[in-house]
Design a binder for this molecule. Structure first.
Ligand SMILES: Nc1ncnc2c1ncn2[C@@H]1O[C@H](COP(=O)(O)OP(=O)(O)O)[C@@H](O)[C@H]1O
Ligand SMILES: [Mg+2]
Length: 262
């Protein structure tokens, strides 16, 4: 079967400074892929390339058989509606209350207000936000609540693909578990394909059926490409490559330190 998403020998550079080289990756419909790797290795850039917020310097990206970068802007905008994006830090509109944040995309589509109200309430319920939160501004709610609102907003348009950028970074362990559980439920409730960029092995094990590890370009050895590992979370935990082991152990170590520090 044709993959829903196909990155074919994708490279990217900013002003001559390479950040991704020769990344090929196929994602099947319904899969949940975690993308891990140390800070600065290009994970966020990869997500931005996937929704064509950035255009690859080389290579092609196909979504549902279409080369996104070859589409006219109008058609690209239409295709982007098939994606939901939970940005790092949730990226809510500070001047809008929770309701209006979640309603934003629906209003852009000029859906009737009654219908919008139903969808917003439904999605807020799905992510576990209390009714009385709708009138609050982002500055009046906690980091974990913001993530929930960001998720509700992303889900409002019934995306076929959900992209998560470090959904649990900066959250305490309890809120991390809550968000992991929500990501899991999100894909159990609907036939969504998900890509989850994360640092946390806990998130990988909880939500992903496949994990891809990127290495920083500076560490790519001759004959290798930037994907250091591609397999199941269990295979990642048992991988022999010392660089993979170091990453996995490092993550576990950081958690142990954080737990010890309370
Ligand atoms: N808009 C930009 N302009 C120039 N360099 C960028 C830009 N965005 C990201 N980079 C660089 O690309 C590399 C990968 O960044 P990023 O994808 O954000 O890493 P991460 O894996 O931590 O998400 C980093 O070296 C970063 O400094
Ligand atoms: Mg990032």
């Amino acid at each position: 079967m044709q993959p829903l998403l196909s990155l074919q020998r994708v490279s990217h550079q900013f002003d001559g400074h390479r950040v991704l080289t020769d990344v090929s990756l196929d994602v099947s419909r319904g899969q949940t892929v975690a993308v891990v790797g140390e800070s600065g290795c290009g994970k966020t850039v990869l997500l931005k390339l996937i929704i064509a917020l950035l255009t690859p310097s080389e290579g092609k990206i196909f979504f549902d058989g279409r080369n996104l970068n070859a589409l006219p802007e109008r058609e690209l905008s239409r295709q982007r509606l098939r994606f939901g994006f939970l940005f790092q830090g949730a990226a809510l509109f500070d001047s809008m209350n929770v309701f209006d944040n979640v309603a934003f995309g629906l209003r852009e589509q000029r859906r009737p207000e009654r219908e919008i109200a139903d969808i917003v309430r439904d999605r807020l319920r799905e992510v576990g936000l209390p009714e009385n939160a709708v009138a609050k501004r982002p500055s009046e709610i906690s980091g974990g609540m913001k993530k929930r609102v960001g998720l509700a907003r992303a889900l409002a348009l019934d995306p076929e693909v959900m992209l998560y950028d470090e959904p649990t970074t900066g959250l305490d362990p309890i809120m991390t578990d809550v968000i992991n559980e929500l990501i899991l439920q999100t894909r159990q409730r609907r036939p969504v394909t998900s890509i989850v960029v994360t640092h946390e092995m806990r998130t990988v094990h909880k939500v992903a059926d496949r994990v891809v590890m990127l290495q920083p370009l500076s560490q790519v050895k001759p004959g290798e490409n930037q994907i250091l590992f591609d397999g199941t979370p269990l295979q990642l935990a048992e991988a022999a490559d010392p660089r993979v082991r170091q990453f996995v152990a490092g993550e576990a170590g950081e958690r142990a330190v954080a737990a010890a520090q309370g």
